[in-house]
Design a protein around this ligand. Structure first.
Ligand SMILES: Nc1ncnc2c1ncn2[C@@H]1O[C@H](COP(=O)(O)OP(=O)(O)OP(=O)(O)O)[C@@H](O)[C@H]1O
Ligand SMILES: [Mg+2]
Length: 366
Protein backbone atom coordinates (compact mmCIF):
# COMPACT_ATOMS: atom_id res chain seq x y z
CA UNK A 1 0.00 0.00 0.00
CA UNK A 2 1.21 3.47 -0.75
CA UNK A 3 0.38 7.07 -1.32
CA UNK A 4 0.83 8.47 -4.80
CA UNK A 5 1.68 12.00 -5.90
CA UNK A 6 1.85 13.84 -9.17
CA UNK A 7 4.13 16.83 -8.70
CA UNK A 8 3.55 19.33 -11.51
CA UNK A 9 3.87 16.38 -13.85
CA UNK A 10 3.52 16.96 -17.60
CA UNK A 11 3.53 14.77 -20.69
CA UNK A 12 4.11 16.69 -23.87
CA UNK A 13 3.76 14.93 -27.23
CA UNK A 14 5.75 16.35 -30.07
CA UNK A 15 3.85 17.87 -32.96
CA UNK A 16 3.04 21.26 -34.32
CA UNK A 17 1.99 22.65 -31.95
CA UNK A 18 3.09 20.15 -29.27
CA UNK A 19 0.24 18.51 -27.30
CA UNK A 20 0.35 19.03 -23.53
CA UNK A 21 -1.63 15.82 -22.96
CA UNK A 22 -1.13 16.18 -19.19
CA UNK A 23 -0.27 19.69 -18.12
CA UNK A 24 1.45 20.35 -14.77
CA UNK A 25 -0.73 17.90 -12.91
CA UNK A 26 -0.44 18.13 -9.12
CA UNK A 27 -2.44 15.58 -7.18
CA UNK A 28 -1.94 13.75 -3.88
CA UNK A 29 -3.61 10.40 -3.47
CA UNK A 30 -3.62 9.06 0.07
CA UNK A 31 -2.78 5.52 1.09
CA UNK A 32 -5.81 3.27 0.56
CA UNK A 33 -7.76 5.86 -1.38
CA UNK A 34 -9.94 5.09 -4.41
CA UNK A 35 -9.33 8.03 -6.73
CA UNK A 36 -11.19 8.35 -10.03
CA UNK A 37 -9.81 10.31 -12.97
CA UNK A 38 -12.66 11.44 -15.17
CA UNK A 39 -12.97 13.70 -18.20
CA UNK A 40 -14.07 13.73 -21.82
CA UNK A 41 -12.27 11.83 -24.56
CA UNK A 42 -8.76 13.18 -25.12
CA UNK A 43 -8.58 14.96 -21.75
CA UNK A 44 -5.43 13.07 -20.73
CA UNK A 45 -6.80 10.41 -18.39
CA UNK A 46 -5.00 7.42 -19.90
CA UNK A 47 -1.82 9.42 -20.33
CA UNK A 48 -1.90 10.42 -16.65
CA UNK A 49 -2.37 6.78 -15.65
CA UNK A 50 0.37 5.57 -17.97
CA UNK A 51 2.75 8.15 -16.49
CA UNK A 52 2.12 6.58 -13.10
CA UNK A 53 2.71 3.11 -14.52
CA UNK A 54 5.98 4.17 -16.10
CA UNK A 55 4.66 3.59 -19.62
CA UNK A 56 4.93 7.28 -20.55
CA UNK A 57 7.84 9.66 -20.06
CA UNK A 58 7.50 12.44 -17.52
CA UNK A 59 8.56 15.55 -19.48
CA UNK A 60 8.26 17.95 -16.56
CA UNK A 61 7.77 17.47 -12.83
CA UNK A 62 7.82 14.21 -10.92
CA UNK A 63 5.85 11.16 -9.79
CA UNK A 64 6.09 9.78 -6.26
CA UNK A 65 4.87 6.38 -5.11
CA UNK A 66 5.08 5.44 -1.45
CA UNK A 67 7.04 8.61 -0.74
CA UNK A 68 9.75 7.72 -3.27
CA UNK A 69 10.50 9.65 -6.43
CA UNK A 70 9.90 7.07 -9.20
CA UNK A 71 10.05 9.51 -12.11
CA UNK A 72 12.90 7.57 -13.69
CA UNK A 73 12.07 4.11 -12.35
CA UNK A 74 10.98 1.59 -15.04
CA UNK A 75 7.48 0.01 -14.77
CA UNK A 76 8.78 -3.18 -13.17
CA UNK A 77 10.26 -1.32 -10.24
CA UNK A 78 7.08 0.57 -9.34
CA UNK A 79 5.08 -2.15 -7.57
CA UNK A 80 1.86 -1.38 -9.41
CA UNK A 81 -0.64 -3.58 -11.24
CA UNK A 82 -2.69 -2.28 -14.14
CA UNK A 83 -6.07 -3.47 -15.45
CA UNK A 84 -6.88 -2.33 -18.97
CA UNK A 85 -10.05 -1.96 -20.98
CA UNK A 86 -9.01 -4.93 -23.12
CA UNK A 87 -8.25 -7.59 -20.58
CA UNK A 88 -5.43 -9.08 -22.65
CA UNK A 89 -5.72 -12.55 -21.13
CA UNK A 90 -3.45 -15.27 -22.52
CA UNK A 91 -5.84 -17.39 -24.64
CA UNK A 92 -3.86 -20.63 -24.32
CA UNK A 93 -3.70 -20.51 -20.53
CA UNK A 94 -6.42 -21.48 -18.08
CA UNK A 95 -7.93 -18.93 -15.73
CA UNK A 96 -5.69 -20.18 -12.90
CA UNK A 97 -2.58 -19.95 -15.09
CA UNK A 98 -3.54 -16.47 -16.27
CA UNK A 99 -3.99 -15.32 -12.70
CA UNK A 100 -0.79 -16.88 -11.43
CA UNK A 101 1.46 -15.99 -14.35
CA UNK A 102 3.08 -12.90 -12.84
CA UNK A 103 3.95 -14.87 -9.70
CA UNK A 104 5.41 -17.70 -11.80
CA UNK A 105 7.65 -15.17 -13.57
CA UNK A 106 8.74 -13.91 -10.16
CA UNK A 107 9.78 -17.46 -9.23
CA UNK A 108 7.18 -17.94 -6.50
CA UNK A 109 6.76 -21.66 -5.68
CA UNK A 110 3.81 -23.60 -7.04
CA UNK A 111 2.02 -24.20 -3.75
CA UNK A 112 2.09 -20.50 -2.87
CA UNK A 113 0.86 -19.53 -6.34
CA UNK A 114 -1.99 -22.01 -6.04
CA UNK A 115 -3.01 -20.62 -2.70
CA UNK A 116 -2.89 -16.96 -3.79
CA UNK A 117 -4.85 -17.72 -6.96
CA UNK A 118 -7.47 -19.60 -4.95
CA UNK A 119 -7.82 -16.72 -2.50
CA UNK A 120 -8.33 -14.23 -5.30
CA UNK A 121 -10.70 -16.58 -7.13
CA UNK A 122 -12.82 -16.81 -3.98
CA UNK A 123 -13.03 -13.03 -3.69
CA UNK A 124 -14.05 -12.75 -7.33
CA UNK A 125 -16.38 -15.74 -7.42
CA UNK A 126 -14.21 -17.46 -10.00
CA UNK A 127 -13.49 -20.77 -8.25
CA UNK A 128 -15.70 -22.75 -10.64
CA UNK A 129 -13.82 -21.44 -13.66
CA UNK A 130 -10.19 -21.90 -12.69
CA UNK A 131 -9.55 -24.67 -15.22
CA UNK A 132 -11.36 -22.98 -18.12
CA UNK A 133 -9.74 -21.07 -20.95
CA UNK A 134 -10.71 -17.38 -21.41
CA UNK A 135 -12.69 -18.09 -24.58
CA UNK A 136 -15.12 -20.19 -22.53
CA UNK A 137 -15.93 -17.24 -20.25
CA UNK A 138 -18.42 -14.38 -20.47
CA UNK A 139 -17.22 -10.79 -20.72
CA UNK A 140 -17.89 -10.18 -17.06
CA UNK A 141 -15.99 -13.31 -16.04
CA UNK A 142 -13.01 -12.30 -18.17
CA UNK A 143 -13.06 -8.90 -16.54
CA UNK A 144 -12.90 -10.62 -13.15
CA UNK A 145 -9.96 -12.74 -14.25
CA UNK A 146 -8.13 -9.56 -15.25
CA UNK A 147 -8.86 -8.17 -11.78
CA UNK A 148 -7.70 -11.43 -10.22
CA UNK A 149 -4.45 -11.27 -12.11
CA UNK A 150 -3.82 -7.83 -10.60
CA UNK A 151 -4.87 -8.88 -7.09
CA UNK A 152 -2.58 -11.92 -6.78
CA UNK A 153 0.42 -9.67 -7.34
CA UNK A 154 -0.45 -7.78 -4.16
CA UNK A 155 0.80 -4.50 -5.57
CA UNK A 156 0.90 -1.32 -3.56
CA UNK A 157 -1.18 0.50 -6.20
CA UNK A 158 -3.88 -0.62 -8.65
CA UNK A 159 -4.26 1.31 -11.88
CA UNK A 160 -7.42 0.71 -13.90
CA UNK A 161 -8.17 2.21 -17.29
CA UNK A 162 -11.87 1.93 -18.17
CA UNK A 163 -12.00 -1.72 -17.06
CA UNK A 164 -15.78 -1.92 -17.44
CA UNK A 165 -16.26 -0.44 -20.87
CA UNK A 166 -16.64 -3.81 -22.59
CA UNK A 167 -19.51 -4.88 -20.36
CA UNK A 168 -23.21 -4.36 -20.97
CA UNK A 169 -25.07 -1.75 -18.91
CA UNK A 170 -26.42 -4.12 -16.25
CA UNK A 171 -23.13 -5.91 -15.72
CA UNK A 172 -21.29 -2.59 -15.51
CA UNK A 173 -23.48 -1.49 -12.62
CA UNK A 174 -22.98 -4.81 -10.81
CA UNK A 175 -19.27 -4.92 -11.46
CA UNK A 176 -18.60 -1.35 -10.40
CA UNK A 177 -20.17 -2.13 -7.02
CA UNK A 178 -18.03 -5.27 -6.76
CA UNK A 179 -14.82 -3.43 -7.60
CA UNK A 180 -15.59 -0.72 -5.05
CA UNK A 181 -16.31 -3.35 -2.37
CA UNK A 182 -13.19 -5.30 -3.24
CA UNK A 183 -11.04 -2.19 -3.08
CA UNK A 184 -12.48 -1.32 0.33
CA UNK A 185 -11.67 -4.82 1.54
CA UNK A 186 -8.13 -4.88 0.19
CA UNK A 187 -7.44 -1.25 1.09
CA UNK A 188 -5.09 -0.91 -1.88
CA UNK A 189 -4.58 2.60 -3.25
CA UNK A 190 -6.43 2.66 -6.58
CA UNK A 191 -6.43 5.11 -9.46
CA UNK A 192 -9.35 4.42 -11.74
CA UNK A 193 -9.93 6.05 -15.13
CA UNK A 194 -13.36 6.46 -16.69
CA UNK A 195 -15.15 8.89 -18.97
CA UNK A 196 -18.44 7.96 -17.31
CA UNK A 197 -19.34 10.51 -14.67
CA UNK A 198 -21.87 8.19 -13.03
CA UNK A 199 -19.13 5.60 -12.55
CA UNK A 200 -16.87 8.33 -11.15
CA UNK A 201 -19.49 9.57 -8.70
CA UNK A 202 -20.47 6.13 -7.44
CA UNK A 203 -17.00 4.61 -7.11
CA UNK A 204 -14.55 7.32 -6.11
CA UNK A 205 -13.67 8.47 -2.61
CA UNK A 206 -12.53 11.51 -4.53
CA UNK A 207 -12.86 12.37 -8.19
CA UNK A 208 -10.34 14.35 -10.22
CA UNK A 209 -11.85 16.04 -13.29
CA UNK A 210 -9.54 16.62 -16.27
CA UNK A 211 -10.09 18.75 -19.35
CA UNK A 212 -7.48 19.32 -22.05
CA UNK A 213 -4.78 17.88 -19.80
CA UNK A 214 -5.58 20.32 -17.02
CA UNK A 215 -6.94 19.34 -13.61
CA UNK A 216 -10.19 21.23 -13.08
CA UNK A 217 -11.08 20.08 -9.58
CA UNK A 218 -10.42 17.16 -7.25
CA UNK A 219 -12.86 16.53 -4.44
CA UNK A 220 -15.46 14.14 -3.03
CA UNK A 221 -18.38 13.30 -5.34
CA UNK A 222 -20.71 15.28 -3.08
CA UNK A 223 -18.51 18.40 -3.14
CA UNK A 224 -18.10 18.21 -6.93
CA UNK A 225 -21.85 18.01 -7.31
CA UNK A 226 -22.73 20.71 -4.80
CA UNK A 227 -19.89 23.13 -5.42
CA UNK A 228 -18.37 22.66 -8.85
CA UNK A 229 -15.34 24.92 -9.14
CA UNK A 230 -16.18 26.02 -12.66
CA UNK A 231 -18.82 25.80 -15.36
CA UNK A 232 -17.07 22.86 -17.05
CA UNK A 233 -17.22 20.66 -13.93
CA UNK A 234 -20.79 21.85 -13.32
CA UNK A 235 -21.86 20.70 -16.77
CA UNK A 236 -19.84 17.49 -16.75
CA UNK A 237 -20.83 16.01 -13.39
CA UNK A 238 -24.48 15.07 -13.01
CA UNK A 239 -26.99 13.36 -15.24
CA UNK A 240 -29.01 14.96 -16.68
CA UNK A 241 -26.57 17.85 -16.85
CA UNK A 242 -26.99 21.12 -14.97
CA UNK A 243 -28.84 23.83 -16.92
CA UNK A 244 -26.21 26.46 -17.71
CA UNK A 245 -27.32 29.70 -19.33
CA UNK A 246 -25.95 33.19 -19.80
CA UNK A 247 -28.35 35.57 -18.08
CA UNK A 248 -28.37 39.32 -17.32
CA UNK A 249 -27.85 40.51 -13.76
CA UNK A 250 -29.92 43.09 -11.89
CA UNK A 251 -28.95 44.66 -8.57
CA UNK A 252 -30.93 41.89 -6.82
CA UNK A 253 -30.31 38.81 -8.82
CA UNK A 254 -30.43 37.01 -12.15
CA UNK A 255 -33.09 37.95 -14.65
CA UNK A 256 -34.93 35.12 -16.33
CA UNK A 257 -38.30 35.24 -18.03
CA UNK A 258 -40.73 37.11 -15.77
CA UNK A 259 -38.71 36.59 -12.61
CA UNK A 260 -35.59 37.77 -10.90
CA UNK A 261 -33.94 34.91 -9.03
CA UNK A 262 -32.50 36.47 -5.86
CA UNK A 263 -28.81 35.81 -5.43
CA UNK A 264 -26.47 35.87 -2.46
CA UNK A 265 -25.00 39.30 -1.81
CA UNK A 266 -21.45 38.00 -1.92
CA UNK A 267 -21.85 36.57 -5.41
CA UNK A 268 -23.52 39.76 -6.67
CA UNK A 269 -20.69 41.83 -5.19
CA UNK A 270 -18.11 39.58 -6.80
CA UNK A 271 -19.82 39.90 -10.17
CA UNK A 272 -20.09 43.68 -9.74
CA UNK A 273 -16.41 43.81 -8.79
CA UNK A 274 -15.58 42.10 -12.07
CA UNK A 275 -17.80 44.58 -13.92
CA UNK A 276 -20.09 41.81 -15.12
CA UNK A 277 -23.55 42.58 -16.46
CA UNK A 278 -24.11 38.92 -17.36
CA UNK A 279 -23.22 35.66 -15.65
CA UNK A 280 -23.43 31.97 -16.38
CA UNK A 281 -26.42 30.82 -14.37
CA UNK A 282 -26.49 27.16 -13.34
CA UNK A 283 -29.40 25.24 -11.91
CA UNK A 284 -29.74 21.45 -11.64
CA UNK A 285 -32.90 19.83 -13.05
CA UNK A 286 -33.98 18.79 -9.54
CA UNK A 287 -33.59 22.37 -8.26
CA UNK A 288 -36.38 23.55 -10.54
CA UNK A 289 -40.01 22.79 -9.79
CA UNK A 290 -43.45 23.14 -11.31
CA UNK A 291 -45.57 25.77 -9.56
CA UNK A 292 -49.21 26.82 -9.91
CA UNK A 293 -50.13 29.55 -12.38
CA UNK A 294 -50.77 32.07 -9.58
CA UNK A 295 -47.21 31.79 -8.29
CA UNK A 296 -44.12 33.56 -9.55
CA UNK A 297 -42.26 31.60 -12.14
CA UNK A 298 -41.05 31.30 -15.70
CA UNK A 299 -43.38 30.20 -18.48
CA UNK A 300 -42.11 27.08 -20.14
CA UNK A 301 -43.45 25.33 -23.22
CA UNK A 302 -43.06 21.59 -22.84
CA UNK A 303 -41.16 20.15 -25.81
CA UNK A 304 -40.23 16.70 -24.57
CA UNK A 305 -41.03 14.50 -21.61
CA UNK A 306 -38.77 11.57 -20.78
CA UNK A 307 -40.45 9.20 -18.37
CA UNK A 308 -37.97 7.40 -16.16
CA UNK A 309 -40.42 5.62 -13.88
CA UNK A 310 -39.97 7.19 -10.46
CA UNK A 311 -39.57 10.61 -12.02
CA UNK A 312 -39.64 12.26 -15.42
CA UNK A 313 -37.51 14.83 -17.21
CA UNK A 314 -39.35 17.70 -18.78
CA UNK A 315 -37.53 19.62 -21.51
CA UNK A 316 -38.83 22.98 -22.55
CA UNK A 317 -38.04 26.53 -23.59
CA UNK A 318 -37.87 29.59 -21.39
CA UNK A 319 -37.23 33.06 -22.76
CA UNK A 320 -34.09 34.82 -21.67
CA UNK A 321 -34.24 38.28 -23.20
CA UNK A 322 -35.71 37.51 -26.61
CA UNK A 323 -34.11 34.13 -27.02
CA UNK A 324 -35.78 30.83 -26.16
CA UNK A 325 -33.42 28.69 -24.07
CA UNK A 326 -33.76 24.96 -23.36
CA UNK A 327 -34.13 23.91 -19.72
CA UNK A 328 -34.53 20.45 -18.20
CA UNK A 329 -36.68 20.03 -15.09
CA UNK A 330 -36.99 16.87 -13.01
CA UNK A 331 -40.69 16.34 -12.23
CA UNK A 332 -42.82 13.69 -10.54
CA UNK A 333 -43.09 10.56 -12.69
CA UNK A 334 -46.76 9.95 -11.95
CA UNK A 335 -48.18 13.25 -13.19
CA UNK A 336 -45.80 14.59 -15.84
CA UNK A 337 -47.02 17.52 -17.97
CA UNK A 338 -48.00 16.83 -21.56
CA UNK A 339 -46.27 17.88 -24.73
CA UNK A 340 -47.08 21.39 -25.95
CA UNK A 341 -48.52 22.44 -22.59
CA UNK A 342 -47.32 25.72 -21.05
CA UNK A 343 -46.30 25.31 -17.44
CA UNK A 344 -44.82 27.53 -14.78
CA UNK A 345 -41.43 26.67 -13.39
CA UNK A 346 -39.63 28.20 -10.42
CA UNK A 347 -36.30 27.85 -8.68
CA UNK A 348 -36.92 25.77 -5.52
CA UNK A 349 -34.35 27.51 -3.41
CA UNK A 350 -32.12 30.40 -4.45
CA UNK A 351 -29.35 28.71 -2.46
CA UNK A 352 -29.22 26.00 -5.12
CA UNK A 353 -28.25 28.43 -7.86
CA UNK A 354 -24.67 28.23 -9.14
CA UNK A 355 -23.09 31.28 -10.74
CA UNK A 356 -20.01 31.25 -12.91
CA UNK A 357 -17.92 33.86 -14.66
CA UNK A 358 -19.26 34.06 -18.24
CA UNK A 359 -15.77 33.93 -19.80
CA UNK A 360 -13.35 32.14 -17.49
CA UNK A 361 -16.11 29.93 -16.07
CA UNK A 362 -14.86 30.07 -12.48
CA UNK A 363 -17.36 29.87 -9.62
CA UNK A 364 -18.78 33.12 -8.24
CA UNK A 365 -21.19 31.67 -5.66
CA UNK A 366 -19.85 30.27 -2.37
N1 LIG B 1 1.44 8.70 -28.38
C1 LIG B 1 0.84 9.87 -28.58
N2 LIG B 1 1.33 10.76 -29.48
C2 LIG B 1 0.74 11.96 -29.67
N3 LIG B 1 -0.36 12.36 -29.03
C3 LIG B 1 -0.91 11.52 -28.13
C4 LIG B 1 -0.35 10.22 -27.86
N4 LIG B 1 -1.10 9.61 -26.91
C5 LIG B 1 -2.09 10.48 -26.62
N5 LIG B 1 -1.98 11.62 -27.34
C6 LIG B 1 -2.87 12.79 -27.25
O1 LIG B 1 -2.92 13.21 -25.90
C7 LIG B 1 -4.23 13.60 -25.54
C8 LIG B 1 -4.71 12.81 -24.35
O2 LIG B 1 -4.89 11.46 -24.72
P1 LIG B 1 -5.40 10.35 -23.71
O3 LIG B 1 -5.35 9.03 -24.40
O4 LIG B 1 -4.66 10.47 -22.43
O5 LIG B 1 -6.93 10.78 -23.48
P2 LIG B 1 -8.08 10.06 -22.65
O6 LIG B 1 -8.59 11.09 -21.71
O7 LIG B 1 -7.61 8.78 -22.09
O8 LIG B 1 -9.19 9.83 -23.77
P3 LIG B 1 -10.22 8.59 -23.97
O9 LIG B 1 -11.38 8.84 -23.04
O10 LIG B 1 -10.64 8.76 -25.40
O11 LIG B 1 -9.51 7.31 -23.70
C9 LIG B 1 -5.08 13.47 -26.78
O12 LIG B 1 -5.14 14.72 -27.41
C10 LIG B 1 -4.30 12.47 -27.62
O13 LIG B 1 -4.54 12.68 -28.97
MG1 LIG C 1 -8.14 6.76 -22.42
Amino acid sequence: MAEVAYVKASRIFSGNPPVRAVDELSLDVTDGEFLVLVGPSGSGKSTALRMLAGLEDIDEGAIHIGGKDVTNVPPKGRDIAMVFQSYALYPHMTVAENMGFALKLRGVNKADIKQKVLEAAKMLDLEKYLERKPKALSGGQRQRVAMGRAIVREPSVFLMDEPLSNLDAKLRVETRANIAALQARLGTTTIYVTHDQVEAMTMGHRVAVLKDGLLQQCDTPRALYDKPANAFVAGFMGSPAMNLKTVPLTSEGAKLDGIVVPLERKALDKAAGEGLSEVTFGIRPESLALVSSSEQGMDMTVELVEELGADALMHGSVRIGDVPERFVVRVDGRTPPTLGQTVKVAVRDAGEVHLFHPESGYRLTD
